[in-house]
Design a protein around this ligand. Structure first.
Ligand SMILES: Cc1cc2nc3c(=O)[nH]c(=O)nc-3n(C[C@H](O)[C@H](O)[C@H](O)COP(=O)(O)OP(=O)(O)OC[C@H]3O[C@@H](n4cnc5c(N)ncnc54)[C@H](O)[C@@H]3O)c2cc1C
Length: 500
C-alpha cells in the first residue's frame, strides 16, 4: 500500500475511500496533483458503498427511483428530468460500459421487468411507461400476460401484464468497482492511507492543517467524501454546517446461486413511495431479494439484521415468485441510505462557506451511477477554486482484474497453474476460488477476510466461509506475516480466531 508520510504537503486530501472519494481520486490522477485518500476503515469500500444494490441505472429503474420519491406532480417530474442530478446520472450511465472495460469490472446489462397484479398496479405501470419516456437510457416494451410468462415463467400467477426495459440497467458488484478505482488510482500515483481517521482540520496560511490518526498533513484542499459520516467529518473541521443527514435502512437477502435461471430480469411490482419489492438475478447466479420499506432510523449504525425484517423479506419475495423458499437464503445484510436536508433531492457538493478549501461532497442515492460525472464536476470545482490542473503525459487508463479461475478455459487454467501452482489448489469450494487468487488479493492490498472476499468471492457462497474460512486465514497469516489470531473479518472488533 502507498502509505503517506507525516510531513507531506498535499494538493488534495480526500476523506473517504468509497465510490465517491476514489472516483474523484482517479479523475485527479490524470493531472499532476498530489493526492492522498484516507479512510478510517482497513479496506476500501467499507462504508455505504459495500451495501449498494449494485446497479448502474437510468430508464425504467430511474423512473422507479422517482416514484419512490413520490414525484406525483408533472411539474416536479419535468424539473427533475432537466435537473443537474439527472445530467450527472446520464453522463455516468452512458460512459459506464467504456469505464468497465478500461478497469476490467465485471458487468452485465440486465432487463428490468415491472409487472402488475391488479388494476391499481396496472395504472401504476402505465404511469411508469409515461415517466420512463422522459428519462434517457431505456428501451420499453409492454408485455401482455402471455409474453410476460414467456419472459418470466416462475412469476406469481397473479401477474397480468408487464413493462420491460432491456437497456437501462447494468448489474455490477459495487465493491469490485471501488477496488478497481483504488488499484488504478494507486497505479497513477495517488496515495491511499487506510485505517486512518480524519480528526480535525484548521486553516494555516491558505492551506488546511489536517490531523489524522496517523499524523498531520498540510493540504491545499480537503474533500469530505465521508458518506453517512460526512456530517461528523464536517463537524471535526470545526466551522459548523447548515445541513444535516437523515438515514433510512433496509434489509436485503441473498439467495443460493443454485437458483440461477429462476428469474431472467430484475422483477417486481412497480415501486411506490418509500416502498420497493424487487428480485435481482446477480451475475454469479444468486438472487438478490430487495423487499423493503425505507425505514427511517436515528442511529445510522443500526446495521444489525433482525428476524422481523428477515421474515418480512421472505413474505415479500414469495409474493413475487412463490417457488422461492427461506431455505435458499445464503446471507442477509442491511444498507443505510443517506439524504441531506439542504438539497433533499440532490447531492450536496459545495465549498464550506467559512472554510472554502474544505469541500463537502455528500452524494445522494444513487451514488454509483453518477460517480464518474460527480468526480469530473468536483475536479472542475477545484480548478475554479485555483487548483492548477496540468495534465500528466502518461495516465494509465486501464487495470486488470484478478483472474477468476472458475470462469477460465482448461488451457487458461493450465497456464495459470504453471505460473503458480497455488492456482491449482481450490480453497473455497462454493465459489471455486483458488489459493492463487487469494494470494493475489493479498498482494493487491487486502488485509481482512472481507477484503479477500470482495476481491475473489472466497467465502461468499452457500457455506458463508464455514468450511474455507480457517484455510483462508491460514493463507492470510502466512502471506501477510501476521499471527492468525490477528486476522479480522473487517477490522478492529471483528476478531475471528475463536470461530475458525
Ligand atoms: C441499500 C442500498 C442500495 C443502493 N443501491 C444503489 C444502486 O443500485 N445504484 C447506485 O448507483 N447507488 C446505490 N446506492 C447508493 C450508493 O451506495 C451510495 O450513494 C454510495 O455508495 C455512496 O458512496 P460514498 O463514497 O459517498 O460513501 P461511502 O461508501 O459511505 O464512503 C464514505 C467513506 O468515508 C469513510 N469515513 C467516514 N468518516 C471518516 C473519518 N472520520 N475518517 C476517515 N474516513 C472516514 C468511511 O469509512 C467510508 O469508507 C444504494 C445504497 C444503499 C444503502
Amino acid at each position: 500500500m502507498n502509505a503517506a508520510r507525516r510531513t507531506d504537503v498535499l494538493d488534495v486530501l480526500i476523506v473517504g475511500a468509497g465510490i465517491t472519494g476514489l472516483s474523484i481520486a482517479r479523475e485527479l490522477a490524470r493531472h499532476r496533483v498530489r493526492t492522498l485518500v484516507i479512510d478510517r476503515e482497513p479496506e476500501v469500500s467499507m462504508g455505504v458503498s459495500k451495501t449498494a444494490g449494485s446497479l448502474i441505472y437510468m430508464g425504467l429503474f430511474q423512473a422507479a427511483s422517482l416514484a419512490i420519491k413520490d414525484l406525483g406532480a408533472r411539474a416536479d417530474l419535468e424539473a427533475e428530468t432537466r435537473s443537474e442530478r439527472m445530467r450527472l446520472l446520464w453522463e455516468g450511465f452512458s460512459g459506464f460500459d467504456r469505464l468497465a472495460h478500461q478497469l476490467d469490472i465485471a458487468h452485465k446489462h440486465v432487463g428490468v421487468l415491472f409487472f402488475a397484479r391488479d388494476e391499481a398496479e396496472l395504472a401504476q405501470l402505465r404511469r411508469f411507461q409515461d415517466l420512463a419516456g422522459h428519462i434517457p437510457g431505456g428501451t420499453l416494451t409492454w408485455l401482455d400476460q402471455e409474453a410476460l410468462f414467456r419472459a418470466e415463467p416462475n412469476l406469481t400467477p397473479e401477474a397480468k401484464a408487464g413493462l420491460l426495459d432491456t437497456t437501462g440497467t447494468i448489474s455490477i458488484f459495487g465493491p469490485e468497482y471501488v477496488i478497481a478505482l483504488y488499484e488504478n488510482a494507486l497505479a497513477n500515483g495517488v496515495r491511499v492511507s487506510l485505517a486512518t481517521d480524519f480528526l480535525a482540520a484548521e486553516s494555516r496560511n491558505g492551506r488546511l492543517l489536517v490531523r489524522t490518526g496517523r499524523g498531520e498533513f498540510l493540504a491545499r484542499f480537503v474533500l469530505n467524501c465521508g458518506g453517512k459520516y460526512a456530517d461528523l467529518v464536517a463537524d471535526r473541521a470545526g466551522q459548523g454546517r447548515d445541513w444535516n443527514l437523515s438515514f433510512y435502512r433496509s434489509q436485503a437477502l441473498i439467495l443460493d446461486k443454485r437458483l440461477a435461471g429462476t428469474i431472467n430480469h430484475i422483477v417486481g411490482p412497480p415501486p411506490g413511495p418509500g416502498r420497493i419489492d424487487l428480485l435481482y438475478p446477480l451475475s454469479e447466479g444468486n438472487i438478490h431479494v430487495y423487499g423493503a420499506n425505507y425505514d427511517h432510523i436515528e442511529d445510522r449504525d443500526f446495521t444489525a439484521t433482525t428476524e422481523a425484517h428477515f421474515a418480512d423479506g421472505i413474505r415479500r419475495m414469495k409474493r413475487l415468485v412463490p417457488g422461492l423458499s427461506e431455505k435458499d437464503v445464503v446471507t442477509s445484510y442491511v444498507g443505510v441510505r443517506v439524504f441531506n436536508d439542504k438539497s433533499v433531492d440532490d447531492h450536496l457538493i459545495e465549498p464550506h462557506p467559512r472554510l472554502p478549501n474544505l469541500i463537502n461532497v455528500v452524494v445522494r442515492m444513487p451514488g454509483f451511477t453518477p460517480a464518474p460525472a460527480v468526480a469530473r464536476k468536483v475536479v472542475g470545482l477545484l480548478a475554479g477554486q485555483g487548483l492548477d490542473l496540468v495534465e500528466k503525459k502518461k495516465f494509465i487508463s486501464t487495470r486488470r482484474a484478478i483472474p477468476r479461475f472458475r470462469f477460465l478455459s482448461p488451457e487458461e487454467r493450465a497456464r495459470l497453474i504453471a505460473s503458480d501452482p497455488a492456482y491449482g489448489r481450490i480453497v473455497c469450494r462454493c465459489e471455486t476460488v483458488t489459493e492463487g487468487e487469494i494470494k493475489e488479493a493479498l498482494r493487491r492490498g487486502a488485509t481482512t477476510l472481507q477484503g479477500v472476499q470482495f476481491r475473489t468471492r472466497a467465502g461468499m457462497g452457500r457455506c458463508q466461509r464455514n468450511h474455507c474460512g480457517p484455510r483462508i486465514m491460514e493463507i492470510m497469516a502466512r502471506e501477510l506475516g501476521v499471527p492468525r489470531k490477528e486476522i479480522t473479518f473487517k477490522g478492529a472488533g471483528s476478531i475471528l480466531a475463536g470461530r475458525a
